[in-house]
Design a binder for this molecule. Structure first.
Ligand SMILES: [Zn+2]
Ligand SMILES: [Zn+2]
Length: 374
């Protein structure tokens, strides 16, 4: 294996910051997610190995003195077992996020924003159309009012963790096929906070937060639909150590209507009229979201034609003055049987047609429809 300093492209007297910078630069360059060139992954692993050794002052000293033989084990790395190294790489990469500074390893946990929460709410069809104010009870974490979120009994306060001396992190020796390395890990005693609570608050048990079911009034605007997401600011979980609360997202589901169907801002419905209403025209009452409304069936309305009620559709979300239309498709019902009286009238009509009208076949049509010989 190549010399670790050469692998990282640094001088033998390079300080720890230059080592870290060199490692990060090369690791990014050869990371298998980024670099698909042959050999890149192997190179990436070698760089990782080199930094594992040189990044720790103790193993670096042994390496400087004895070379790879100083790192323990048989001297020949066991290439079969890369599992341990994958974990170590994860540890290093997770430190790359956000902090930006060079002292990521000694960073203590600061305030954390609370989690966003999701609440599923089912509402009626008309509530979605016209908007609605709804009271919901949302279980979320709230900052403990007894201890103001610090988790300590009043009068006492958090004290420095004795396990890590307040650093929030501990150094731990890890054995790998290449020798034992020191790894920095979150302190198990204080979970990385650097502080412990010796006398925990009675209300929250030292957590600083309590699970509370909070009543909220949700203002549902007109025009929402299934899938609309309403954000309620700062009603998610409380933040930790003074961090801001998360948001609550209310996911809406709109129930179906028994007679009306919607698509966007248009409402669709059907209406049944008799063949006589279709032929002669009529004025009828139809269901709309505003209640029963008068609909004009024009003379000579054809089966499956669509009649439009303007402004009876769904209000536009955010601009409720603008409303869609309701489209009503007309089913023309033909009787399967009719009364004696009706039959006589229809036959009269059929005769009238066959004598006067140009389309003689119509009489045949009537007979077929009503099972009668003309
Ligand atoms: Zn408390
Ligand atoms: Zn600690």
């Amino acid at each position: 294996m190549a010399d670790y300093y050469e692998l990282l492209g640094v001088e033998r007297n390079a300080d720890s910051d230059s080592l870290k910078q060199a490692y990060r630069r090369l690791a990014r360059k050869y990371h298998p997610d980024v670099n698909k060139e042959p050999g890149a992954e192997e190179r990436f692993k070698e760089i990782g190995r080199a930094y594992e050794v040189l990044g720790d002052p103790q193993t670096r000293a042994r390496y400087d003195q004895f070379g790879e033989a100083g790192l323990g084990g048989s001297g020949m790395p066991d290439m079969g077992d890369m599992g341990g190294f994958a974990d170590l790489f994860e540890t290093f990469f997770s430190g790359f996020g956000g902090s930006g500074g060079t002292s990521g390893r000694s960073q203590r946990r600061g305030p954390q924003q609370g989690e966003d929460l999701r609440y599923d709410l089912t509402i009626e069809f008309n509530q979605a159309v016209f908007g609605h104010e709804k009271e919901i009870k949302v279980p979320h974490l709230e900052t403990c009012t007894t201890c103001n979120g610090n988790g300590a009994k009043s009068g006492s306060g958090p004290t420095n963790c004795t396990t890590c001396g307040g650093a929030g992190q501990v150094r731990r020796a890890t054995r790998t096929p290449f020798g034992s390395f020191t790894q920095v890990a979150e302190c198990p005693n204080c979970a990385g906070t650097g502080q412990v609570i010796s006398d925990p608050c009675g209300s929250c048990g030292g957590q600083g937060v309590n699970q509370v079911r909070k009543k909220l009034r949700i203002n549902i605007p007109p025009g929402v639909d299934t899938g609309t997401r309403l954000r309620v600011s700062a009603e998610g979980n409380a933040g930790v150590r003074g961090g801001p609360a998360g948001d609550l997202y209310v996911f809406l589901k709109v129930k179906n209507h028994s007679k009306l169907r919607r698509d966007g801002i248009t409402i669709y419905s059907e209406v049944n009229v008799s063949y006589l209403q279709a032929i002669l025209g009529d004025t009828i009452q139809v269901d709309t979201v505003d209640g029963l409304t008068t609909l004009e069936i024009p003379i000579g309305t054809q089966p499956n034609s669509v009649l439009i009620l303007e402004n009876k559709g769904i209000p536009k979300l955010g601009n409720p003055v603008a409303r869609g239309n309701q489209r009503i498709s007309v089913n023309v019902e033909l009787p399967t049987r009719c009364s004696e009286e009706e039959k006589i009238l229809l036959e009269k009509l059929a005769t009238h047609y066959s004598v006067k009208g140009p389309q003689h076949h119509n009489s045949g049509l009537f007979s077929r429809l009503f099972g009668q010989k003309g």
